[in-house]
Design a protein around this ligand. Structure first.
Ligand code: FES
Length: 340
C-alpha cells in the first residue's frame, strides 16, 4: 500500500496563510537568556513577509532535523506578525529537543517550523474571569494570553509558580502586571508544599470563570485533583508531558481491536500493547507524530465509526465525538473506522 498522510486534520484557530502542516523557513533573529536554563528564541520569516497569524495559546512545531521535531507555545503578543517568540527550558533528561535548541540554535540561523496550531485557546466573551495557573515553563502560552486578555479589557489573575526568582522567566514583561496585582509569583524552593496552595486557589467556582493551567506533570496532577468544583467546560489544560493514566485507562492496553481505513476498506488488527499509529506505519500508512504520548496533538485523526478509548490530554469532550489521537487511543468497539 502506498504511504498516506493524514487528511483529516481538525480545523483549529491557526495559520491563515500557510497550510496547518506545511513546513516553512524562519530566521532566528534573537536568542535571549530569560532565566536559569531558559532561552527565548525570536523567529522572523525568511522572506520578510508577515508570519501566519495566531491566537493566544497557540504553538508551533520546530523541526530540528533527523526526524526530531518539538512543539513550543508562542509567548509573544498575538497581534504581532513580524515575529514568533518561543522559550525553551533545557531538560537534560528530556528526549533531546531542548538540548538541541540550547546547543545548536543560534542567532542568524534558519529554522524550519510548521503551524501555528492551537489546542489551548482562550474561551470567548462568555468567560467573564480568567484564572491562569502556570508551572515553570508552562508560563509560555500564558504570556500570550495575558496580552490578549489585557487588550480586550477582560479581567484575569495569573499565578506563576517556579522554584526560585532565578528560574522565573519574563520578569520584565510581568513587572507591571505584578505591580498591578494581576500576576502573583510563587517560589517553592523545590518543595511544592511551600508554593501556591492549589486546592485552596481552586476551591471556589463562580459561573463565568475559566481556568487555564499549564505546567509539569506534578503541577498538573495537583490542578486535576483540585478542580472538583469546576465544570469541565471551564477547565482548559495544556500538558507538555504525558499525564499519569488511570488504572482503567491502562487496562485497555490489554484489549486488541481492529482499525478500518475508510478510503480503502483495509482492516488491521491492533494487538495488545501496540499503538494504532505503529501498526498503520508498518503497513505504509504514515500518520505524523511527535510526542507519541497523547499531549501534542500532532496525530489527530477523524474517525467515522466505533467507540474510542481516549487517553490524550488534547481533545475536549466535543472534539472526542469526531476525533481521536491515534498514538495512544484504544477502542471499546470491535472496529474503529478512521477517515484516512
Ligand atoms: S503524537 Fe502527540 S498526541 Fe499523538
Amino acid at each position: 500500500m502506498a504511504a498516506a498522510q493524514t487528511g483529516s486534520q481538525k480545523p483549529t484557530d491557526t495559520a491563515d496563510t500557510v497550510p496547518q502542516d506545511a513546513q516553512y523557513q524562519t530566521r532566528v533573529s534573537k536568542v535571549v537568556r530569560e532565566a536559569e536554563d531558559i532561552l527565548s528564541f525570536e523567529l522572523e520569516s525568511a522572506d520578510g513577509k508577515p508570519l501566519p497569524s495566531f491566537s493566544a495559546g497557540a504553538h508551533i512545531h520546530v523541526h530540528l532535523g533527523n526526524g526530531l521535531s518539538r512543539q513550543y507555545s508562542l509567548c509573544n503578543d498575538p497581534v504581532e506578525t513580524h515575529r514568533y517568540m518561543i522559550a525553551v527550558l533545557r531538560e537534560p533528561d528530556g528526549r533531546g529537543g531542548s538540548q538541541a535548541m540550547h546547543e545548536r540554535v543560534a542567532e542568524g540561523q534558519m529554522l524550519t517550523i510548521s503551524g501555528p496550531d492551537n489546542h489551548f485557546a482562550l474561551a470567548g466573551r462568555e468567560a467573564t474571569f480568567s484564572l491562569l495557573l502556570a508551572g515553570g515553563i508552562g508560563v509560555t502560552p500564558m504570556m500570550a494570553m495575558i496580552e490578549e486578555l489585557e487588550r480586550a479589557g477582560r479581567p484575569y489573575a495569573m499565578h506563576y509558580c517556579t522554584r526560585s526568582p532565578e528560574r522565573t522567566a519574563f520578569l520584565d514583561r510581568l513587572k507591571p502586571r505584578i505591580d498591578a496585582g494581576k500576576v502573583v509569583l510563587h517560589h517553592d524552593g523545590g518543595d511544592p508544599s511551600k508554593g501556591l496552595d492549589i486546592p485552596d486557589t481552586l476551591r471556589q467556582f463562580e459561573p463565568g470563570m475559566h481556568l487555564y493551567a499549564c505546567g509539569p506533570s506534578g503541577f498538573m496532577n495537583a490542578v486535576n485533583g483540585s478542580v472538583g468544583a469546576w465544570p469541565p467546560h471551564a477547565v482548559h489544560q495544556e500538558y507538555f508531558s504525558a499525564r499519569e493514566m488511570t488504572e482503567e485507562e491502562k487496562a485497555w492496553d490489554a484489549k486488541p481491536f481492529k482499525v478500518k481505513i475508510a478510503s480503502t476498506g483495509a482492516v488491521f488488527e491492533i494487538p495488545a500493547n501496540r499503538s494504532i499509529v505503529s501498526v498503520l506505519q508498518e503497513h505504509g500508512i504514515i500518520v505524523p507524530t511527535d510526542c507519541e504520548e497523547g499531549y501534542c496533538g500532532t496525530c489527530i485523526t477523524h474517525f467515522i465509526e466505533g467507540e474510542p478509548v481516549h487517553r490524550d490530554t488534547v481533545l475536549d469532550e466535543s472534539d472526542r465525538e469526531d476525533y481521536v489521537m491515534v498514538c495512544c487511543a484504544r477502542a471499546k468497539s470491535e472496529v474503529l473506522v478512521l477517515d484516512l
